[in-house]
Design a protein around this ligand. Structure first.
Ligand SMILES: Nc1ncnc2c1ncn2[C@@H]1O[C@H](COP(=O)(O)OP(=O)(O)O)[C@@H](O)[C@H]1O
Ligand SMILES: [Mg+2]
Length: 251
């Protein structure tokens, strides 16, 4: 279980000598195997929260705990996929996927085998010898997902991973991510500013509000899968969540 307790974060911009409250008093519990979307407009602190859960950033106040242990630094148990795939251009697809394992001291043959398995899982087994510049945007993001999965994280953190992709590729990758989740039942925390994406993917949506970033509300999505975006039930969620996102404070 992941718990976020009384979490606040203030950035200090040294040049302008100003403080900016990016997150204010976030309290959230995420169960093992849950698929949660953090939904909010730009500037609502979504990436700051993900960076803190990943251990890239120490919060100004409060704490994140995974299975009762405080998160203090990055760890392969919390794998991160960003909007940009950040692949190593000089390595092949397979070497990119095996990279984290090699860094952890996993023997070369075993790393290779795991990388091959992960590439199977994301449908890229045939492309393992290519280099990143030979791949499409969707394929690169699949490699980034395979690279993170290779380290067998408990929690998968995704920060707007499909935002740069066209609508058709995005839907394809959303479906593939759901397949991975069905099979592996990892805890997934997926950041997006896209209402439809959140409803399509999540079991629970946490709606964020900006200045400072805080939780506006949460919605449990009780829709059968695969979810049909054109269905009246889906539209009702879209309406409800859009209202929640745009409602004035105190309403
Ligand atoms: N490194 C930083 N230094 C100063 N301010 C930052 C930094 N990173 C983010 N911010 C500010 O914190 C707020 C939240 O940013 P962010 O977490 O990136 O939001 P989101 O991911 O929801 O767009 C924004 O106002 C942003 O300008
Ligand atoms: Mg962001």
């Amino acid at each position: 279980m992941l718990t976020i307790a009384n979490l606040s974060h203030t950035y200090r911009t040294v040049a302008a000598n100003k403080c900016l409250s990016a997150l204010h008093d976030i309290n959230l519990t995420i169960a093992d195997g849950e698929f949660v979307c953090i939904l909010g407009p730009s500037g609502s602190g979504k990436s700051t929260l993900l960076d803190i859960i990943a251990g890239f950033l120490s919060p100004s106040e409060g704490q994140v705990r995974l299975d009762s242990r405080p998160v203090t630094r990055p760890d392969p148990e919390r794998g991160v996929v960003f909007q940009e795939p950040h692949l190593f251009p000089w390595l092949t697809v397979q070497e990119n996927v095996a990279f984290g394992l090699i860094c952890q001291g996993v023997p070369k043959e075993r790393s290779k085998r795991i990388a091959r398995e992960m590439l199977e899982l994301v449908g890229l087994a045939k492309f393992s010898h290519l280099r990143p510049h030979e791949l499409s945007g969707g394929m690169k993001q699949r490699v980034a997902i395979a690279r993170v999965l290779a380290c067998d994280p408990k929690v998968l953190l995704l920060d707007e991973p499909f935002s740069a992709l066209d609508a058709i590729t995005r839907r394809k990758l959303q479906d593939e991510l759901l397949q991975i989740w069905y099979r592996q039942r990892k805890t997934i925390i997926f950041v997006t500013h896209h209402v439809e994406e959140a409803i399509y993917l999540a079991e629970r949506i946490i709606v964020f509000h900006p200045h400072p970033g805080r939780i506006k509300g949460e919605v449990t999505v009780d829709l059968a899968r695969p979810r049909l975006v054109a269905s009246p039930e889906f539209q009702a969620y879209r309406e409800r969540i859009t209202q929640l996102m745009t409602a004035e404070e105190g309403c």
